[in-house]
Design a binder for this molecule. Structure first.
Ligand SMILES: Cc1cc2nc3c(=O)[nH]c(=O)nc-3n(C[C@H](O)[C@H](O)[C@H](O)COP(=O)(O)OP(=O)(O)OC[C@H]3O[C@@H](n4cnc5c(N)ncnc54)[C@H](O)[C@@H]3O)c2cc1C
Length: 449
């Protein structure tokens, strides 16, 4: 069979790998000049390793990608337990009460912010911003979510309602509210409880990374595909697909089957001639946010130890900061430190419309404040978080919105058009998209044909 795979991210590459084993004739169409999609990396001439455009790590239970790596003889995935923490904004009164509480970073000495880690039950017990009753409640609900199978209840209510009801209002406000607001913006109140179930279920203390960067695994798969005579068309943007009798035409070439791994809104644009109107109207109801990632290279780190820092201080307009070099040795990046700043936005958000310099101007005062807090909580004059280099990446349709509308309209492998299959990142529901699920989707799509 002649099969076209649209998109050369990990879903498309995995589908190509498994289909090539079935001796089909496969062509992968990829818009960019390199394969890997959202997990693709970039590299300066001085770095030994590639770096992903947005922060990437694996969880210890990411079996699908670990199994694929094993199957193709790739043994460069390793696991560590880097420090993860959250930065809170606290009032002066509560700060005075908390003076003696342990602050893991020890950097934030002013009276406005405090950093706590919440990676274990012990951390939760020591956490000073909640009462004992709230902490007990939080611990019980987290344990329940970790052990529970997926329940209908999780789809019948929103994460906010679920957490307020079972964990209590204080826990919602201290632990979750700002996370949801920063990740989902205007959609925060609509996200289903199944999302929080999947997040808790999946999260592991140990996080994985790939020596050489995720691009190293992608390049390894690429080599396998080349050896199996898969036709990899890079730098090839598909603009339109047509149908002719039993086949599909892409740029004059006829294929017997198509697997699309493109973001759903892009697929709708290029395949509107072949997909029934009712199906397009259904898919159009799935909402997405775009992702912005600012990568900063610096001589000194912003945090001494923490890798993953959720920014729960409302006044700081950053969702999370990831000091890559507190997870992965800086020797791989020319002995420089690497920091990721991340956001999710809508098309009309002012941040989405800003260029790199504007974003840097916008967030620098906050980075200075976090990096060098003055004892009185004022911005330190003349003490800046200095960059040696920076890169801005904007990724469209990076985060599907798992709300009630999504449940009614979510895409599935099989479409109304015979031999036209979907395998897109919104299909990882209830799990948040990830490379592990991309591999799972690609493998499952290959079974369909
Ligand atoms: C901010 C952020 C953080 C993340 N963090 C992690 C993490 O820590 N761990 C993890 O495992 N995963 C993470 N992910 C998710 C992970 O990168 C994705 O789930 C995975 O890479 C998706 O693979 P995919 O092949 O399904 O989609 P994509 O990688 O999006 O692949 C689709 C491909 O289609 C191509 N394309 C688009 N339009 C066309 C066209 N018209 N013609 C031809 N080609 C086209 C694109 O260029 C792209 O290569 C993160 C994602 C984001 C956005």
């Amino acid at each position: 069979m002649k099969i076209a795979i649209l998109g050369g991210g990990l879903t498309g590459l995995t589908a190509a790998y498994y289909l090539s084993k079935k001796k089909h004739q496969i062509t992968v169409f990829e818009k960019e000049k390199i394969l890997g999609g959202m997990a693709a990396g970039f590299k300066t001439k001085n770095w030994d390793w590639h770096l992903e455009k947005t922060v990437h790590h694996l969880f210890a239970n990411d079996r699908e990608i670990l199994n694929l790596a094993k199957e193709i003889g790739f043994n460069k995935i390793f696991f560590r337990a880097p420090e993860t923490a959250s930065l809170y904004q606290i009032s002066k009164t509560s700060f005075d009460k908390l003076k003696t509480a342990s602050k893991i970073e020890g950097q934030i000495k002013n009276k406005k912010y405090s950093i706590y880690t919440l990676a274990s039950p012990r951390d939760l017990l020591k956490f000073p911003l909640l009462s004992w009753k709230d902490k007990l409640n939080a611990g019980l609900v987290l344990a329940f979510l970790k052990l529970s199978p997926p329940l209908k209840l999780f789809e019948a209510t929103t994460a906010e309602k679920f957490l307020v009801k079972f964990m209590g209002k204080n826990n919602w406000e201290v632990l979750w509210q700002e996370l949801f607001r920063k990740k989902f913006g205007k959609y925060a109140g609509n996200i289903l409880a199944s999302f929080i179930w999947a997040r808790v279920k999946k999260r592991t203390k140990k996080l994985g990374y790939i020596a050489g960067g995720f691009q190293n695994l992608i390049n390894h798969i690429e080599e396998k595909l080349i050896n199996s005579k898969v036709n990899l068309l890079k730098g090839y943007e598909i603009k339109r697909i047509e149908k002719k009798e039993d086949g599909f035409i892409i740029d004059g070439e006829v294929f017997n089957a198509v697997i699309s791994t493109l973001p759903t809104p892009i697929l709708i644009q290029i395949a509107k001639q072949i997909l029934p109107k009712a199906f397009i109207s259904r898919l159009s109801k799935v909402q997405f946010l775009h992702a912005i990632s600012l990568v900063i290279e610096s001589e000194k780190p912003i945090f001494n130890k923490t890798y993953w820092m959720n920014i729960l201080a409302r006044e700081i307009p950053i969702m999370g900061l990831f000091q890559q070099t507190n997870f992965i040795d800086k020797i791989n990046y020319d002995n420089k430190h690497i920091l990721y700043c991340g956001w999710y936005t809508t098309e009309n958000d002012k941040l989405w419309l800003m260029g790199k310099d504007e974003i840097i101007d916008y967030i620098s005062p906050y980075l200075n404040k976090i990096s060098n807090p003055s004892p009185r909580g004022r911005l330190p004059l003349g003490r800046k978080f200095k960059f040696t280099n920076s890169w801005l990446f904007k990724i469209r349709f990076a985060q599907p919105i798992f709300d009630k509308e999504f449940l009614k309209n979510k895409p599935e492998f099989i479409t109304p058009v015979k031999n036209f299959y979907l395998a897109t990142l919104d299909m990882t529901y209830p799990y948040d998209r990830g490379t592990n699920f991309a591999v799972k989707l690609g493998k499952e799509a290959a079974v369909m044909i």
